[in-house]
Design a protein around this ligand. Structure first.
Ligand code: 13P
Length: 267
């Protein structure tokens, strides 16, 4: 992720139901981004694993200016791990697949993802040269206790999720000729804002972004995104802050018109 760009990441979650609909979303993205690289914004779509290969091929043919990511990855590359997909498999799809979301709150809540598994996944994905988007964020009960409690919650998550990572990030830099801040990205996604229509106040999101940057300063300038009920009418309220390096979008990424509006509103 180049330093002067902001990211819009579309997380499709377990959607859409058919590859035909996935194609339609792809077309909307291609229309929104056009065939010219944008100076200020980079767009990433994260569909379910099953659509990645086909969309990667389409992307090469269409030469549209966005890239792809996965919504999760396993920490082993190969072996007897039923149902899992590893980093090498993702890299093998092609150079369009550059990103992976790790530790989304829905995986932590419904699929038993823990800070320990998140940490292992981050290490594996970074070693493979993927850009990791680590999701952190506090639940409503914690937020009700105030901003200090929310910060402490996120601080704990970051500490556990990023444990032992320093040298790996450096190793990764050398191997890929990347610089380290390009490999690790944090998404601040307060759980109470996800899928509720109650997006966080942009000033509060900015404050938390600054806090997360401080807490991760050992990696220097980690880009931080905001996620939680972002729509075409609110996206610019976040991206107008230079401290917020982008947005992670769920529900709005499943409506073609909304995708086009969102991208056009910030280009
Ligand atoms: P919504 O935009 O639907 O609130 O989802 C946010 C999210 O979870 C993105 O990862």
């Amino acid at each position: 992720m180049p330093k002067d760009k902001q990211l819009i990441v579309f997380n499709w979650k377990e959607n859409p139901a058919t590859s035909r609909e996935a194609d339609r979303l792809f077309e909307a993205l291609a229309k929104a981004t056009g065939n010219k690289a944008r100076k200020n914004i980079e767009i990433v779509a994260c569909p379910p694993f099953i659509y990645l290969q086909e969309l990667s091929k389409k992307l090469m043919i269409a030469r549209a200016h966005f890239s792809l990511g996965a919504q999760d990855v396993f920490w082993e590359d190969i072996g007897a791990y039923t149902g899992e997909v590893g980093s090498a498999m993702l890299r093998g799809i092609g150079k369009n697949v550059q990103y992976v979301i790790i530790g989304h709150s829905e995986r932590r809540r419904f699929l038993g993802e823990t800070d320990v598994t998140v940490n292992k996944k981050i290490k594996a994905a970074l070693s493979a040269g993927l850009h990791v988007i680590l999701c952190v964020g506090e639940p409503k009960e914690v937020r009700k206790q105030g901003i200090a409690a929310a910060r402490q919650y996120i601080k704990n998550q970051l500490k556990k999720d990023l444990q032992g990572l320093d040298s790996r990030l450096r190793g990764n830099d050398k191997k890929n000729g990347d610089n380290k801040k390009e490999s690790l990205i944090i998404a601040y996604e307060p759980i109470w804002a996800i899928g509720t229509g109650k997006n966080a106040d942009p000033d509060d999101a900015r404050d938390m972004t600054i806090f997360i940057k401080k807490e991760t300063r050992q990696f220097s300038d980690v880009p931080v995104l905001y996620g939680g009920s972002v729509s075409s009418s609110t996206v610019a309220d976040y991206l107008c802050y230079t401290e917020i390096n982008g947005v992670l979008v769920g529900g709005a990424s499943l409506r073609g018109e909304e995708i086009v509006k969102m991208v056009r509103n910030v280009l």
